[in-house]
Design a binder for this molecule. Structure first.
Ligand code: GTP
Ligand code: MG
Length: 369
């Protein structure tokens, strides 16, 4: 599919975002086969750390910082328990945690993986974790493969951990989809991680995690609010294709931010590319419709001379437009519309998406005008 002018504008906004949004550095630690890579794929839902694609940072640590990725992963190469390599591992991992200040390799949060089967935490693990915590790096223990142990065994292990490392956060998880209680601990790990990050890194983290859709929605709505009050310093521009002087805060920048948070900015994922294209291309036609709708809600707007729109009207309009985009992206993520994709019926998806937007916009206008 060749890109339309609208898609090019949107892609330019994505490029700006990638260049300006700061990404969190997440360290994965744990022995060979502990389930580090599987954990990453479960939280971020894609092969974020494929073997061999990383850049070696130290002997034991590889950095994965694909341009497409919104988090930077430091994956410690597994060591064999009880081996000589353990010492190198500890020096490398603790050394990395010690980096401070504005160093781009500063670790913002660490997930220390221990396999639940075996039900033990070694002295080596305890010492490593203590030394990592001493550097003021937030560390969570992730008990992987918890589906493979009985609940009493898992509880016994957690008791030992809490005794050895008082106050540490500990998450029993699995990659097995059918074990809901353990899967929900992955959501708790996401919540914990978000809380540890400075505000400036949360947008990228929330955008990259694929577990908590509600969190994406809340973040996206707050971004819309920031746009509407001009916090991003982005000027007003006319709605494309509209024939009345209604102005919105730069709608492509707004659309880009919302789609970014919902992970629909990438090229590689076919579904995101489709939704992104549809939303970019319906903006001009939406413009006309928007004007028609808005006229119903704003008394006397027809007589406003171009450019002289009242600031509070522009704010309300941007809010309504932005929140409607959030609803639409949320809908598209929640219902993956697979049946349409498989039939390659982009026209059909397009009309479903337009319909969701129209209804949401109508509702939001009533609320904000
Ligand atoms: N049953 C079960 N198996 C798991 C789970 N998580 C990972 N595994 C399996 O454990 C094995 C090792 O997982 P990886 O994610 O490759 O482990 P790793 O820590 O990245 O290993 P290295 O890269 O060698 O350090 C794989 O065969 C996974 O399928 C889980 O939650 N439950
Ligand atoms: Mg691995």
């Amino acid at each position: 599919m060749s890109n339309s002018g609208e898609e090019n504008k949107l892609n330019a906004e994505f490029a700006k975002l990638r260049a300006t949004v700061d990404r969190p550095n997440i360290l994965l630690a744990g022995c060979t086969g502990a389930g580090k890579t599987s954990l990453l794929n479960e939280v971020f839902k894609k092969d974020i750390a494929k073997t061999g694609a990383g850049k070696p940072i130290t002997q034991k640590i590889e950095k994965f910082c694909d341009d497409d990725s919104k988090v930077v992963i430091f994956d410690s190469k597994g060591y064999e328990i009880g081996s000589e390599q353990e010492k190198n591992f500890m020096d490398d991992v603790v050394g990395l945690c010690k980096r401070i200040g504005t160093d781009e390799d500063k670790i913002h949060v660490a997930w220390y993986c221990i396999q639940a089967p075996g039900a033990r935490i070694t002295d080596f693990d305890i010492e490593s974790i203590k030394r990592m915590c001493d550097t003021n790096t937030p560390v969570a223990i992730v008990l992987t493969k918890s589906d493979q142990v009985s609940d009493p065994d898992a509880q016994a292990l957690i008791q030992v951990i809490v005794k050895e490392l008082p106050g540490i956060s500990c998450f029993e998880v699995t990659t097995k989809k059918d074990i809901k209680s353990l899967q929900s601990n992955l959501d708790n790990l996401v919540a914990w991680t978000n809380d540890q990050l400075p505000e400036s890194l949360r947008m990228a983290f929330i955008a990259e995690q694929q577990r908590d859709l509600e969190r994406k929605k809340i973040k996206a709505r707050s971004v819309v609010h920031q746009h509407a009050v001009g916090a991003f310093g982005i000027g007003f521009s006319p709605i494309p294709g509209s024939d009345a002087p209604l102005l919105l805060t730069n709608q492509y920048a707004l659309l880009a931010r919302v789609l970014y948070i919902f992970g629909m900015d990438g090229e590689k994922d076919k579904y995101s590319a489709l939704i992104k294209g549809i939303m970019a291309n319906i903006l001009p036609t939406l413009g006309k419709w928007t004007v028609a709708q808005a006229l119903k809600f704003i008394p006397g707007i027809g007589s406003i001379i171009g450019g002289l729109i009242d600031a509070s009207v522009a704010t309300s309009l941007t809010l309504a437009f932005g929140y409607a985009i959030v609803e639409t992206a949320y809908y598209a993520r929640r219902n993956s519309l697979d049946e349409f994709i498989n039939s390659d019926d982009a026209q059909m998806v397009s009309s479903v998406i337009a319909d969701v937007f129209n209804k949401a916009f109508d509702k939001e206008l009533k609320e904000h005008m």
